[in-house]
Design a protein around this ligand. Structure first.
Ligand code: AMP
Length: 416
């Protein structure tokens, strides 16, 4: 049975908490962005305040075994500073019995990177000469995974999953471990917040609802676009994928990004939108460049009339003005994906402007604004609007899968 962090009695209990401390580190092993650590602190604090102790587990990077640079020891100082409680470290997540036994209420024990063990992901590592060998190795990891999970579970009285970013993975610490706590499992505040925000947009939004979907490829966004037709009134489509739509409609797109094999699908999608009564707003005028670089020559033109040798890089001011009108008339807005080549400063203007409009719609119209996905989140954060939109999602892939209507293993394991 699912429990809730606000009502669960943690007094005298040890809680094992899966967090997402997968933070970026520089060459000196210093944290360059501690957003994910900050996000998990309220959950950890809650357990401690209610008289419990926390055992924290996370992954960091993609190690293929024990690797110094992916050690969670690099982040302990920051966790202690933000938590305001003593933080200890177990340098092997499978041999922490003594430290767990010595852990006092009010303290925190961080376990070393779970992915130092292949059993966390349940996938074999290394090269295999044949498929049979790979299959056999996988069977071994899966078998060993049972003991791996059992050991982690043996440390605690209850389990909290607060790692939304890995909720779409059926890993040992994100899904399997929950079975050991049938009556003592719950979501942390990050998970609760993410689920609530996305469910609100999909199930109980105030209309009109507008989604802005940007990014590079039609192929990676088409499922979500079509799924969102059931929830939205308007759909703004920007970024590199627009050129596939435009070429499919007979436009000239120069050497803009295009997936020729997706053109028919793009046309079918537009038809589906019409059938469902969803208004589509593709970019119209765009900023084009003669090179994929910051000091390229640029011009503005219609995205169906791009000269040879030029490519579409960003939304032009007239397109942004058209989108702004739609957005300022919306009560619920969901944004995923940049509307231009955001990594190059000269072509980040459109994406930054979207961030600005969302902050404005939130403040002036009380719109509910949800932002997710690496580049969109980076844009609102860099522009200083992270606190000026309603919700910033921490899990790009997990958010997309949840929006697509898939059941995420990390969520299902707590609810079942
Ligand atoms: P996604 O991960 O699918 O959300 O795509 C993000 C990527 O889309 C970013 O790396 C952007 O640079 C890229 N992108 C956005 N607009 C364009 C464009 N007009 N041409 C090429 N790439 C683009």
């Amino acid at each position: 049975m699912q429990q809730f962090i606000d009502t669960y009695d943690f007094a005298g209990k040890k809680a094992i908490v899966r967090v997402d401390f997968n933070v970026p580190l520089n060459e000196k092993m210093e944290i360059t962005d501690d957003t994910r650590i900050r996000a998990a602190i309220p959950t950890l604090k809650k357990v401690i305040e209610k008289g419990g102790a926390v055992i924290v587990m996370s992954h960091l990077g993609r190690p293929k075994g024990v690797t110094e640079k992916f050690s969670l020891k690099h982040i302990l100082g920051r966790v202690e500073e933000l938590l305001g409680a003593p933080v200890k470290f177990a340098d092997d997540c499978q041999a922490a019995d003594a430290q767990v036994a010595a852990l006092k209420m009010g303290e925190c024990l961080v376990l070393e990177n779970l992915r130092f063990y292949a059993e966390e992901e349940g996938k074999p590592r290394g090269e295999f000469a044949t498929d049979e060998e790979k299959k056999a190795a996988k069977a071994v990891v899966k078998e060993n995974q049972k003991e791996f999970v059992k050991k982690l579970a043996s440390y605690a009285d209850c389990y909290i999953n607060d790692a939304f970013g890995t909720a779409h993975r059926a890993h040992a610490s994100t899904a399997l471990i929950a079975d050991y706590f049938p009556n003592d499992k719950m979501f942390g505040y990050v998970m609760e917040g993410e689920i609530k925000a996305i469910d609100h947009v999909l199930k109980t939004p105030e209309h009109p609802v507008t989604a802005i979907v940007g990014g590079a490829k039609v192929s990676s966004k088409i499922t979500i676009i079509e799924k969102l037709f059931d929830a939205v009134d308007n759909m703004i489509i920007g970024g590199g994928m627009v050129y596939t739509f435009k070429k499919a409609q007979g436009g000239q797109i120069g050497r803009s990004l295009c997936e020729d094999d997706q053109m028919q699908l793009a046309l079918d999608t537009l038809k589906k939108a019409e059938e469902k009564g969803v208004k589509i707003y593709l970019s119209k005028e765009v900023v084009i460049a003669d090179d994929f670089s910051n000091d390229a020559n640029t011009k503005i033109c219609l995205n169906s009339e791009i000269p040879d040798g030029w490519e579409g890089m960003d939304a032009a001011p007239s397109t942004l003005a058209m989108w702004e009108e739609v957005l300022m008339n919306s009560k619920t807005i969901l944004w995923n994906g940049p509307v231009g080549v955001f990594e190059i400063p000269a072509f980040a203007k459109g994406t930054n402007r979207i961030a600005e409009i969302l902050a404005k719609a939130t403040a002036e119209n009380g719109a509910f604004t949800l932002v997710g996905g690496g580049d969109s989140v980076a844009a609102v954060t860099q522009m200083g609007y992270a606190n000026k939109v309603s919700y910033v999602s921490t899990g790009g892939g997990a958010m997309l899968e949840y929006l697509e209507g898939k059941e995420l293993p990390g969520i299902a394991a707590i609810r079942k």
